[in-house]
Design a protein around this ligand. Structure first.
Ligand code: NAP
Length: 345
């Protein structure tokens, strides 16, 4: 009891002192308190990890493969995807790892991929929305959406909703959204989600998109309540990945000796997919296997109406209404149906 409260106090102190908590030092201190029996075998389960060709996605996919899951690696480049597959098979000894090609910033590609998966798989147990981008110049996706928002928010929004029927077949099933501690610095800007007013700033657009991911996670948790599918978001801390090196080179140079390894950063992704505790709740924001607050300062807080507006805007931008598969359209008049009653709405 005494040891547990000291551990909890230490954990909170680490969380507040960002620099220590987010680094490998924070992981080392906390992982000493992890329960080694927490990660249950995943034989017979299927996990899909987006952005699995490098960094955190590759490490998370390896974690699921080690636990015995059949793993689907979503990549946008065949060579990088196959390279990741070979690495995971060699390290985990699990040969049931496959590559799926899809560019998440391209909504038609997302629709086609979800359709292929629905035809191939009888069920899905874990969906990890990990792929992410931070771009320095304002760029548009093939659908004309600002690229950070398209890749981090709109594409995963559409993919997740299209895969809900498969997740429901795998229920109890889990959605894990990989956000970032950077989201603590931003609130959502509903009137300018694509940062088209004024000067574009890549890190700000990225942090806002990561805030949006957390808000959507809370909305999924609410809408999927009672379906057996839970949704959680997490942040991995500061992790030595190709993405961090290329998108924030100066930050990377300064912090390199302190950065976590991808396996350390991905630990909570795998835990959220495999451990019993996160299966008993939904809508949490996690770091190092503990639930964390979603706000550090009052001015980043959003209202329930703002969360609903974000959802509505994602529906509009992704064309979700038109994309819904037959058999998952709400019945006539369901616009008045409470969100909880119809997860596919
Ligand atoms: N590293 C950190 O310190 C840190 C901290 C907080 C949050 N995160 C989050 O962790 C996640 C993974 O990032 P990472 O650091 O591991 O970076 P990374 O090494 O660059 O990995 C990003 C992955 O996303 C894929 N991707 C990017 N755009 C895509 C698209 N349009 N369609 C499909 N896949 C796409 C990349 O594919 P390619 O290989 O083809 O580029 C790559 O596999 C991101 O969501 C990031 O925001 C990272």
């Amino acid at each position: 009891m005494y040891i547990a409260s000291i551990g909890s106090l230490l954990d909170t102190i680490l969380d507040r002192t960002v620099v220590v908590g987010y680094t490998r030092a924070g992981y080392r201190l906390r992982s000493g308190m992890f329960n080694p029996d927490d990660l249950e075998p995943m034989d017979g389960k299927v996990a899909l990890v987006t952005g699995a060709s490098s960094g955190l996605g590759l490490a998370a996919a390896e974690g699921f493969a080690r636990l015995g899951a059949a793993v689907r690696l979503l990549a946008r480049d065949e060579r990088r995807g196959e390279g990741a597959r070979a690495e995971i098979v060699a390290r985990s000894g699990n040969g049931d790892v496959r590559v799926d090609l899809c560019d998440l910033s391209d909504l038609e590609a997302v629709r086609q991929f979800a359709e292929r998966l629905r035809q191939e798989l009888p069920r899905l147990d874990v969906l990890v929305n990990n792929a992410g981008a931070l771009v320095s110049e304002r760029t548009l996706s093939p659908d004309g959406i600002e690229l950070t928002f398209a890749t981090n928010v709109v594409g995963p929004f559409l993919l997740t909703n299209l895969l809900v029927p498969l997740l429901q077949k795998g229920a109890p099933a889990r959605i894990v959204n990989v956000s970032s501690g950077g989201m603590y610095t931003q609130r959502v800007h509903l009137d300018d989600l694509q940062m088209s007013d004024g000067e574009f700033d890549g890190p700000t657009a990225y942090a806002r998109s990561k805030r949006a991911e957390v808000m959507l996670t809370e909305t999924w948790a609410q809408r999927l309540g009672g379906t057996g599918v839970v949704a959680h978001a997490m942040h991995p801390g500061w992790v030595d990945t190709p993405g961090l090196k290329s998108s924030l080179p100066r930050f990377y140079r300064v912090t390199k000796p302190l950065l976590r390894t991808p396996l350390q950063g991905a630990d909570t992704i795998v835990w959220l997919g495999a451990a019993p505790e996160p299966g008993r709740s939904s809508g949490g924001f996690w770091h190092d296997r503990r639930q964390r607050p979603t706000h550090r300062v009052p001015w980043t807080k959003e209202t329930p109406e703002e969360r609903e507006r974000l959802w509505a805007e994602c529906e509009r931008l992704s064309g979700w209404y038109e994309s819904r598969p037959e058999g998952h359209r709400p019945s006539v008049g369901s616009a008045q149906t409470p969100p909880d009653a119809d997860p596919n709405r």
